[in-house]
Every structure is written in structure tokens, then in C-alpha cells.
Design a protein around this ligand. Structure first.
Ligand code: HEM
Length: 172
């Protein structure tokens, strides 16, 4: 009898931990992907309209520089809470089932942003951006805008698939 009570208490703590991980996961995703949406649909279009390239580069670097730190923290929190949920669910074999394409999509989006934020941006992209924005600001901002749109659309499809899938709506 007492064994059952202990097992029940242990299980309910696990449930609460799982729910807490889900809460952290979603708050982090909202702040992170919401920020990507803001940069893509509002900030880059506004910067593109600025008259001088000096203003364009300075404004974009200031805004994206601040957002980069926030995105690094939220990406980290999303990954930690996501892998913790998979561990509690013991759901690693979901990676072997195409029905769980949204688990693959979440992991892929996370890997993409992690590589961009922690490796490419500080070591490569920042330097390239400065060089090309000085040489040809119109083309540089156009390319950057397109890349942001692609990342935003993939992230939104992933978010929609993850909500539907984790609430039992499988499309395939
Ligand atoms: C390493 C990366 C990630 C892992 C391991 C991961 C894992 C998980 C797991 C295990 C769940 C719960 C599934 C279930 O209840 O059956 C979940 C839910 C969810 N995740 Fe992720 N995730 C990751 C990244 C992301 C990213 C990048 C996004 C958004 C672009 C995202 C958005 C969501 C959403 C919206 C839910 C649904 C929550 C709900 O409706 O209750 N996740 N994730």
C-alpha cells in the first residue's frame, strides 16, 4: 500500500515537472519566434526604407545585437525543456516514426538557430554582413530579409505541427 502511495507521489511530481518544462518551453518559444517575427515583418522593412547606409547598418546592428542575446537564452531554454520532456516521455523512438515529423521539425529548427546564433553569427556572419552591407546595402538587406522569412515560416509551421501533434491531431 505505502509503495503505491510513494509511486503515486513520485509520478505526480514527475507530471508537475513535465508541465513546468512545457510552460518554460512555450514561454521561451513565444519570446524567441515572436522576436524573429518582429525582426522579419517590422524591423528589416523599416531599416530597408532608411536613406543612408550608415543609418541602416547602425540601426540593424544595434537591434539585432540586443535580440541575439535574448534569442541565445530562449533557444537554450527551449532545447533544455524540450529534451527534458522527451526524457520524461521516454519518447526518443519518436525520431524513428514519420508521424512525429513535428518532433524532427522542432529539433531541426533548434539546431539551425543554435548553429546560426552560437557559431555562424559571431564568427562569420557579423563580418560578412559589415562587408557586404557597405558594398551593396540594397542587395544585402534583401538577401537577409529573405533568409529571415524562410526561418520564420519554417518556425511557424513547426509550432503549428507541434501544438496539433502534442494534442493528438496527426496529419499523416
Ligand atoms: C531540441 C529542440 C526541441 C525538442 C527536443 C522539443 C521537444 C518537445 C516535446 C517533447 C514536446 C511535448 C510533446 C508532447 O506533449 O507530446 C514539445 C512541445 C512543443 N514544442 Fe518543442 N521541442 C524542441 C524545440 C521546439 C521549437 C524550436 C519550437 C518552435 C519553433 C517548439 C515548439 C513546441 C510547441 C508549440 C509544443 C506544443 C506544446 C503544447 O501544445 O502543449 N519546440 N516539444
Amino acid at each position: 500500500m505505502s509503495y503505491h502511495i510513494f509511486a503515486w507521489v513520485k509520478e505526480s511530481y514527475k507530471m508537475e515537472d513535465f508541465t513546468l518544462a512545457r510552460v518554460i518551453h512555450i514561454v521561451a518559444v513565444v519570446l524567441w519566434i515572436g522576436g524573429v517575427g518582429m525582426v522579419t515583418t517590422v524591423i528589416i522593412p523599416a531599416v530597408k526604407k532608411m536613406k543612408s547606409k550608415e543609418d541602416q547598418i547602425k540601426t540593424f546592428e544595434q537591434i539585432e545585437g540586443k535580440f541575439a542575446l535574448q534569442a541565445k537564452i530562449t533557444t537554450l531554454l527551449t532545447g533544455l525543456s524540450g529534451f527534458y520532456m522527451l526524457y520524461v516521455l521516454d519518447g526518443w523512438d519518436r525520431y524513428l516514426d514519420y508521424k512525429f515529423w513535428w518532433i524532427h521539425a522542432m529539433t531541426l529548427v533548434w539546431i539551425l538557430f543554435t548553429i546560426v546564433l552560437f557559431i555562424l553569427e559571431p564568427f562569420v556572419l557579423h563580418r560578412l554582413f559589415k562587408k557586404y552591407a557597405n558594398e551593396n546595402p540594397g542587395k544585402t538587406f534583401a538577401v537577409m530579409h529573405r533568409v529571415h522569412w524562410i526561418l520564420l515560416i519554417i518556425s511557424l509551421i513547426t509550432t503549428a505541427g507541434a501544438v496539433a501533434g502534442s494534442h493528438g491531431w496527426f496529419w499523416v
